[in-house]
Design a protein around this ligand. Structure first.
Ligand code: PLP
Length: 497
């Protein structure tokens, strides 16, 4: 199978080239030329397998230039060596009230990003050996909090790679910051920027596509790649868990084979929900994909009007991993719904004016597949409280946005299709907001006192990787300005070039 760029579909490359490069030279994103399909019979067969078996099967449809042995070793290394705290890897928890929670945060950094970032470094090593032998791959990451840590943990001490993470100085939770700044490993770097996530992402994208920077790296036998969801290798492992969730709904008797489900996804950069869209395109019976946003509701507006407009206030919320106004992966959906000519036109307009409006056909296609909604911080907290009090289920702030948007959707539409809600982080990653939600004021407790209080009040346990941060040494404290030369200097200094 070949991969094409969303901005130039005459570029055709292999899966391993797409993974090694991360982003296309003209700024487009790589997408599969055709989406492989799954019949109900295939889905029934997948249902009999465990997560590892399902992953091997699905990934081999997309990574066609990987050998069976290579896929097996990537999948087993990522999901079968005990780095996930559930043997199901991504367990589906059936609650009352017709809600099924897909827990995607059982990995080592307690957010759903581990689902992809435990396997991406393995894909990268295999891909680089095929396409760029001997070149050291330098992973640049812009993070709204969770990708950074998950990528650091995935790439630490991986041979022939280096990784540098930029995060918004005032835009991540204390726990997220501590997770990154205490990162171990000889090939890692972390730097805060004086700006928000969009600034970090823009800077990283610009540096990626800068010819000069690429030449400088090439002289030193290095090349950039990406661990953000602009990299196809990040998205493809995410398709697996939607298929797996459907299999689990079937196996647990919640649905019959062929029945439709809704997927609700708390969304920022549109990567996670796009993976659900690809699962639907492959043949998983889906009624609606429900895109849930926080107060930064740019996607709700787009999905309900057809106009994307980033000219608006940026809000810092208690679901910081979704504080984003430029959702990169939407470009892949637009390509799927239209053509590379149109994508170019809209992306040019986005760059020049901050907005674009899609044509009626494209909008019709998108709005038949997606529903959308958003909720503010107060509603988020009220939802955490309700779910805990009524069902003894403690969820994090991002997941709560999904739950609230789903309740609203169900009330407005009367749609009672069985529904799976993606749970994207462990609640202890956002202890302050979650504690406020369940018990009101938290006073002046420090982060770890809050973690302890949250455990006491709820009877739930803080995952060891978070609890252990308390005793770890802080290794990274630098902050840089958000302009490109400042960010480049940080990168070149770290690489010693
Ligand atoms: C990254 C993240 C999101 C948003 O996912 P996208 O793929 O960027 O839409 C939601 N919740 C949490 C906890 C995250 O870390």
């Amino acid at each position: 199978m070949n991969y094409v760029s969303t901005r130039c579909d005459s570029i055709k490359i292999s899966a391993s080239q797409a993974i090694t490069k991360g982003i296309s030279d003209e700024g487009g994103l790589f997408v599969p030329e055709t989406i492989p399909s799954l019949s109900l019979n295939d889905i029934e067969k997948l249902s009999a397998l465990d997560y590892v078996g399902r992953a091997k099967s699905v990934l081999s449809l997309f990574l066609t230039d990987f050998t069976k042995e290579e896929i097996d070793s990537c999948v087993e290394g990522a999901y079968a060596t005990g780095s996930f705290s559930s043997k199901d890897v991504a367990p589906l928890v059936n609650l009352d009230d017709g809600i099924n929670i897909l827990e995607l945060w059982r990995g080592p950094t307690c957010a759903f990003k581990d689902m992809a970032l435990q396997i991406l470094p393995r894909f990268m090593t295999v891909s680089a050996a095929k396409t760029a032998k001997g070149t050291k791959i330098i992973i640049l990451v812009a993070t709204s909090g969770d990708t950074g840590k998950a990528a650091l943990e995935g790439f630490k001490d991986v041979e022939n790679t280096g990784i540098l993470v930029f995060y918004p100085n005032d835009g991540v939770s204390p726990m997220q910051k501590l997770q990154m700044c205490t990162q171990e490993g000889a090939n890692v770097g972390v730097c805060a920027i004086e700006g928000n996530f969009d600034d970090a992402q823009n800077g990283v994208k610009n540096i990626f596509t800068s010819k000069q920077a690429a030449e400088k790296l090439a002289e030193n036998n290095m090349a950039f790649s990406s661990a953000n969801s602009i990299n196809w290798g990040r998205l493809v492992p995410q398709i697996v868990y939607y298929i797996s969730a459907y299999c689990d709904m079937f196996r647990s008797g919640k649905i019959a084979l062929g029945d439709k489900v809704n997927f609700v996804v708390p969304t920022g950069n549109f990567g996670n929900i796009l993976a659900a869209y690809y699962a639907k395109e492959m043949g998983v019976p889906v009624n609606k994909l429900i895109c849930a946003s926080n107060k930064n509701s740019v996607l709700t507006d787009f999905l309900t009007t057809g106009t994307y407009d980033r000219n608006r206030d940026f809000y810092t919320t208690i679901s910081p991993s979704m504080d984003i106004l430029i959702s990169s992966n939407l470009e892949r959906l637009l390509y799927s719904a239209s053509s590379s000519e149109k994508v170019n036109e809209w992306m040019k307009s986005l760059k020049e004016t901050g907005r674009y409006t899609v044509d009626a056909d494209t909008f019709g296609y998108i709005s038949s597949a997606f529903a959308a909604g958003f909720c503010d911080d107060d509603m988020t907290k009220a939802t955490i409280n309700k779910l805990f009090k009524e069902q003894n289920y403690l969820c994090d702030t991002h997941t709560a946005v999904g739950v609230k948007v789903y309740y609203d959707y169900r009330e407005q539409t009367g749609d009672t299709t069985p529904t799976v809600i993606a749970s994207t982080a462990n609640p202890f990653k956002f202890s302050k907001a979650v504690l406020e939600a369940v018990q009101g004021d938290t006073g002046n407790l420090d982060e770890f006192a809050m973690v302890e209080r949250l455990a006491e009040v709820t009877g739930k346990e803080c995952p060891a990787p978070l609890a252990n941060l308390r005793n770890k040494e802080v290794r990274f404290t630098s902050v840089c300005k958000k302009d490109i030369p400042s960010m480049e200097k940080v990168i070149f200094d770290m690489l010693g070039i």
